[in-house]
Design a protein around this ligand. Sequence first.
Ligand SMILES: *[C@@H]1O[C@H](CO)[C@@H](O)[C@H](O)[C@H]1NC(C)=O
Ligand SMILES: *[C@@H]1O[C@H](CO)[C@@H](O)[C@H](O)[C@H]1NC(C)=O
Ligand SMILES: *[C@@H]1O[C@H](CO)[C@@H](O)[C@H](O)[C@H]1NC(C)=O
Ligand SMILES: *[C@@H]1O[C@H](CO)[C@@H](O)[C@H](O)[C@H]1NC(C)=O
Length: 362
Amino acid sequence: MLPALTMVATLVAMALAASTMTASITEADRIYVSSENIASEESMRVLYERWYALHRRDADPNDKEKRFAIFNAEARAVYKLNKDGARVKHHLNLFADMTQDEYAEGFANCSPLEIQPRDEIKLNLHQPSQYYPNNLPHSVDWRTVDGVLTGVKKQGRCGSCWAIAATGAMESIHFLKNNKRTNLSVQELVDCSTENRGCDGGWAEKAFQYVINKHGIHSSEQYPYVGNGSRCTTPSGSRVMSIGRFVYVRRHNEKQLMDAVSHWPVVVPFFGTNSTVFMRYSGGIFRGPCNDTQRHQFLLVGYGTMPSDDANDPGVKYWVVQNTWGESWGERGYMLVERGHETDGGVCGISSRHAVYPAHPK
Ligand SMILES: *[C@@H]1O[C@H](CO)[C@@H](O)[C@H](O)[C@H]1NC(C)=O
Ligand SMILES: *[C@@H]1O[C@H](CO)[C@@H](O)[C@H](O)[C@H]1NC(C)=O
Ligand SMILES: *[C@@H]1O[C@H](CO)[C@@H](O)[C@H](O)[C@H]1NC(C)=O
Ligand SMILES: *[C@@H]1O[C@H](CO)[C@@H](O)[C@H](O)[C@H]1NC(C)=O
């Protein structure tokens, strides 16, 4: 017998199969590069000022000339990519005036590799629903169900992707189970869940364990995000929600992952974020390359298949993930990743470790 929540979520997910993928996702805050922009240094400076006002309000003004040189090179590279007919149109996102090393150190590494505990996994494995494996929805996209996702967060120069992924997953089940929209405190996890390493990285499952041990977590209003590791404090007011346990989804098994995400968003790993293709990702289906040691964790929020013009072509299967770098990165903060390659652990290792989600929301 399935719990009522599972039934409801599955029905919602099935209903989604019919809706259009990105209907609710609109173009916003995107800065593109035209031939006029790159025509002269003066026009490039005008473009930089526009970009700066959006992304660097807190920057050090003495640093600006050096930053402009990096931006200049990046804008020209992005212009060339678009001109050469890239599959997607690239724009200038939040990384446009950073060096590769600054990007890699500040953003690309926030979930160190750790072997997941075997015994714990055995006891807490996802139990597939009655739709598994042959009647799974054709597509699932939690972005299109109002209230389930609280919005794309921005980690800043703090390796807190694991905490944002964990709060995102808890926010989703809090809404699905209790019908409440609340942003949970990422900063509380960064500061207080000592099994993790704050802004130097961590693991969503240890964040879930912290919430279980503390019988709950505060809201982001009670304990706001500052984006650096600060001293753990206990805000006034009671914790806004809790969870009873967390559940692992078998690795190297796409259908189980599809089954799990048809019920609620799930935290997945991602390997190889230190690359210009990932840094510049602006849309379309990401296929890598991803061969490096930098690691990330984020929320899997759906899957689907991009149809092809050719009737004999089955199309390209993809996952939908929510990143933690704000809305100027990717498709308004989200990314499509090619689905498949399950025996190799998926593109960039997305299914190479057990995915994890919180359960029994209170
Ligand atoms: C990121 O990639 C660049 C270019 O490949 C490399 O030089 C740098 O060492 C990498 N940084 C990290 C932290 O992996
Ligand atoms: C939660 O945070 C997002 C992104 O920061 C914001 O857009 C949204 O309004 C917040 N939602 C609530 C219910 O506070
Ligand atoms: C952390 O960020 C807050 C808010 O921006 C700032 O007041 C504080 O000085 C920062 N702490 C550290 C250790 O950088
Ligand atoms: C990554 O690159 C190294 C060196 O080029 C290579 O030895 C290794 O096999 C590659 N790993 C994967 C997973 O492609």
